[in-house]
Write a protein that binds this ligand. Structure first.
Ligand code: PEP
Ligand code: MN
Length: 364
């Protein structure tokens, strides 16, 4: 539909009626709220091949009618016919045109470290973070996260330091309600982006559960040992359930061909995902590289791969930091020090300026 269609638009009602008048067709209305405008789409499901487009095109409020026959029905761009619209959440606009850095703790260990981290973010004007409460660990004997017990102080401190979004992995659908309750109890001090970790990339029931609610956006991390297409289909589970606020995360692929990095860095897929889908793309340099080694130029590998992704148009950087990495209960060896944060942010700003310059040049 045309931009900023009123909620009570009679066109919208008539279009749904017209569509559902065809045998076996269901119509779903999706309203995507952006920072400056809202976008309404009517999706027709069923055997739509025999439905003519003309009667729909004749409505004043219709911008265009797009026939979707390919894969990735909900998240796809369908050969460039659909724009990437992005979304707004808790005052933060996230789209294929924006860039946000989410530095934070891989796993929450105690309130003091959460506070030190959030205070450092505030000092640098960062309003987005990560905080792990539910940790999927390879060994059952490893620290599994403090779960619901740490949510009250994480959310309270997030509010205190002006954090608008906390990216938080969930491993079971019951945690969605646990998080929602804790948010309400904190007086909605902050917002949460539900993270689906690589180990759950094909946990279809979990994907359906995060797709069945639209309150909290979703950060989907690609499966570490499946194809990109399989990961995109997994995202389709979230989107087809009705939740369109999805960010696609690249975090490296599991193969020893990437050694000595923890995973084979896959950030060459940043422009690929932006081309195929309407989703903003996140990169996780910490879980990709997995270590604090640096090049002979003095820059950490984590800085280098981040810059490579940002110069290619990445929209979100999820990065592990820790005030005292040696004490971290999970992934300390890959955490940036809080003192390294300003340098890291500057490095990202340089890469982002270069990206914007490159886009300007090609447009000329
Ligand atoms: C994480 O971000 O803490 C994490 C476990 O990442 P991944 O699912 O990419 O391994
Ligand atoms: Mn981790």
């Amino acid at each position: 539909m045309k931009a900023d269609l009123p909620k009570d638009s009679s066109d919208l009602r008539q279009i749904v009626q017209l569509a559902e008048g065809f045998p076996g067709i269901q119509a779903q209305v999706h309203v995507i709220q952006g920072a400056t405008r809202s976008l309404t789409e009517v999706h027709l499901h069923g055997s739509t091949g025999v439905i003519p487009t003309k009667p729909f095109e004749e409505f004043e409020g219709v911008e265009k009618v797009v026939r979707i026959t390919e894969k990735f029905r909900s998240i796809g761009r369908h050969g460039g016919q659909l724009d990437a619209v992005g979304f707004e959440y808790n005052g933060v606009q996230i789209s294929q045109d924006t860039l946000h850095v989410f530095p934070g703790l891989c796993a929450v260990d105690n309130a003091q470290n959460v506070e030190r981290t959030f205070a450092a973010l505030k000092e640098h004007g960062i309003v987005t973070t990560r905080a792990g409460a539910y940790k999927p660990r390879t060994s059952p004997y490893d620290f599994q996260g403090f779960g619901g017990a740490c949510l009250p102080y994480v959310f309270e401190l997030a509010g205190k330091y002006g954090i608008r979004i906390v990216a938080m992995e969930i491993t079971h659908e019951s945690q969605i309600d646990e998080i929602r309750r804790a948010l309400v109890e904190s007086g909605n001090a902050t917002g949460v982006m539900l993270q689906i970790g690589t180990r759950n990339a094909q946990n279809f029931e979990l994907l359906k559960a995060v797709g069945a609610q639209s309150e909290l956006p979703v950060l989907f991390k690609r499966g570490m040992g499946i194809t990109l297409e399989e990961s995109l289909n997994a995202c389709e589970y979230v989107a087809s359930g009705g939740n369109r606020r999805i960010v696609f995360g690249l975090r490296g692929m599991k193969t020893n061909l990437g050694d000595p990095h923890r995973n084979f860095v896959d950030f060459a897929h940043v422009p690929v995902v932006k081309r195929i889908t309407r989703l903003p793309v996140c990169i996780d340099p910490s879980h990709s590289v997995g270590r604090r080694s640096s090049g002979p130029d003095g820059l950490l590998d984590i800085f280098h791969v981040t810059a490579q992704a940002v110069i290619a148009g990445a929209n979100m950087v999820l990065v592990d930091v820790h005030p005292r990495p040696a004490e971290a209960l999970c992934d300390g060896p890959q955490a940036l020090l809080l003192e390294e944060l300003p340098l890291f942010l500057e490095d990202i700003a340089i890469a982002r300026r270069a990206y914007e310059e490159r886009v300007k040049r090609i447009a000329r």
